[in-house]
Ligand binder design. Structure first.
Ligand code: PL3
Ligand code: FE2
Ligand code: FE2
Length: 243
């Protein structure tokens, strides 16, 4: 007998196996979408490098460690550049510079005012959680060359997220209000970036809902570890919905 429960399980399984099908990496449609997604990732890794170097200049006692993180970002950037080259795709860097510019400007403004908690929130929490979710969802639908590279990168991104988390946790009481404010301004930007990338991501067989879900898990876990309680986190997440 077909119960309600078993039919919904069937549906979920049907959806899973449909999205698990690998795309055809050689079509113009795929390569066109990849030219923007690949550029976003290359630009994101470059900005991450620059952001850790900037943070290093504000934290002389942790300069070596932060420079190490920055170097990792450059090697990620080279890895993803190779992924595009391997597929015969030219990354659309004009597009990706515009894509990052609102977040880039907010980081620069915070940096110019020595607002370290905001810098950490933007780079080590928001951008890293965004990257972790994107790379997770990309790995099962990627070409074999890109898969190897992305699997290596995602391990590093956890280290970066963790680094920011530890710093914010150690300074939680003094930076809490600034973090709430920075979240209010910058989480809506991440949401809008997700919206902007979703059509191209779908061509790569990456679903927007999965990206959002994975992002929220990483973000929520980070905020919990830093010291926010459940109600505060719910409020912070809601600010992206309300804008
Ligand atoms: C920080 O270390 C890196 C920041 C990179 C930001 C990446 C955002 C990616 C969103 C689009 C989905 C990409 C899928 C992966 C394709 C190579
Ligand atoms: Fe990275
Ligand atoms: Fe990173």
């Amino acid at each position: 007998m077909q119960t309600l429960e078993s039919s919904s399980v069937d549906l979920v399984e049907a959806k899973d196996s449909a999205t698990a099908l690998l795309p055809d990496f050689t079509t113009e449609l795929y390569k066109d979408a990849y030219s923007r997604i690949n550029a976003i990732v290359i630009e994101g890794e470059q900005e991450a490098h620059d952001n850790y170097m900037a943070i290093a200049s504000l934290l002389p006692d942790q300069e070596e460690e932060l420079k190490k993180l920055a170097r990792m970002e450059l090697s990620h950037m080279r890895g993803f550049t190779a992924c595009g080259r391997n597929l015969g795709v030219k990354a659309d860097m004009d597009f990706s510079k515009k894509f990052f510019s609102p977040l880039h400007n907010n980081f620069q403004e915070a940096f110019s005012k020595d607002k370290l908690p905001t810098c950490f929130l933007i780079q080590a929490i928001l951008i890293e959680a965004f990257a972790i979710s994107a790379y997770h969802i990309y790995i099962p639908v990627s070409d074999p060359f890109a898969r190897k590279i992305t699997e290596g990168v995602v391990q590093d991104e956890y280290l970066h997220l963790n680094y920011g988390q530890e710093w914010l946790k150690a300074n939680f009481e003094t930076c809490k209000d600034e973090l709430i404010e920075a979240n209010k301004v910058n989480l809506p930007l991440i949401r809008s970036m997700l919206e902007q990338v979703s059509k191209d991501a779908a061509v790569l067989h990456m679903e927007k809902e999965d990206l959002i879900e994975d992002f929220l898990i990483a973000y929520q876990e980070a905020l919990t570890d830093i010291g926010f309680n459940t109600r505060e986190i719910a409020r912070m997440a809601a600010s992206a919905l309300i804008g």
